[in-house]
Ligand binder design. Structure first.
Ligand SMILES: *Cc1c(COP(=O)(O)O)cnc(C)c1O
Length: 215
């Protein structure tokens, strides 16, 4: 199947309320253009410099999302154009995004990453750390926290994946009552997005199911 066929197949499996971030990390410009020509406009990358390079080479109406772990010293590469930063996992990083957004006279939307997986290697905050950040957030004029993001454990145990997404959704609902700006729940990748959607995801980040496997 071609990229445009796999994209169409993926899109047709999503409810209309769920937005699709096509994860194009490591993939060449031509592959992204093929998905663009088939109508896809939101793309996600996990490395700031690769994201900046692709932004320059591709159509300007693409919405670029930073989806992976972002180091503070890399924010400068993407602050002038990035639409949404998914994996914010510290106050320090948020301060840097705020500073770089101000330099570019922008407000940058961010998602806080919650740690839901059993693996300790995955990044993210717990619920009380998220609450503490949301309490202080209003002081930062150039960022807006618009939701949460999470990654389930890398396992074939579907019940465990479901449990982890369900836990994230519960925290999201609870926090949303007090912080109505939280509108987006980014969870689900190629291998687990159906479960994520059943558990309440509003945004899925799908790479290999569209572009094929990565090396
Ligand atoms: C690579 C990546 C994805 C997409 O993974 P696939 O399994 O290829 O769909 C989603 N989210 C993050 C944070 C990633 O780094």
């Amino acid at each position: 199947m071609s990229i445009s066929q796999k994209l169409a197949k993926t899109q047709s499996s999503l409810p209309k309320t769920v937005s699709l971030v096509a994860v194009s990390k490591t993939k060449p410009i031509e592959a992204i253009l093929e998905a663009y020509k088939a109508g896809q406009r939101i793309f996600g990358e996990n490395k700031a410099q690769e994201l900046a390079r692709k932004f320059k080479l591709l159509p300007q109406d693409i919405e670029w999302h930073m989806i992976g772990h972002l180091q503070s010293n890399k924010v400068k590469y993407i602050a002038s154009f990035v639409t949404l930063i998914h994996g914010v996992d510290s106050w320090k990083l948020l301060l840097e995004i705020n500073k770089r957004a101000a330099q570019n006279k922008r407000v940058i939307d961010c998602l806080l990453q919650m740690h839901i997986a059993q693996e300790t290697t995955k990044f993210g905050l717990n619920e009380s750390e998220i609450e503490a950040i949301l309490k202080k957030e209003a002081k930062l004029e150039n960022i807006r926290i618009v939701g949460l993001m999470g990654m389930a454990s890398f396992t074939s145990e579907k019940t465990q994946i479901r449990e982890e997404f369900s836990q994230l959704k519960k925290s999201f609902n609870k926090l949303q009552k007090e912080y109505p700006n939280l509108e987006n729940l980014s969870m689900g990748m190629s291998g687990d997005y159906s479960i994520a959607i059943e558990e309440g995801s509003s945004m899925v980040r799908i790479g290999s199911a569209i572009f094929g496997s990565r090396n």
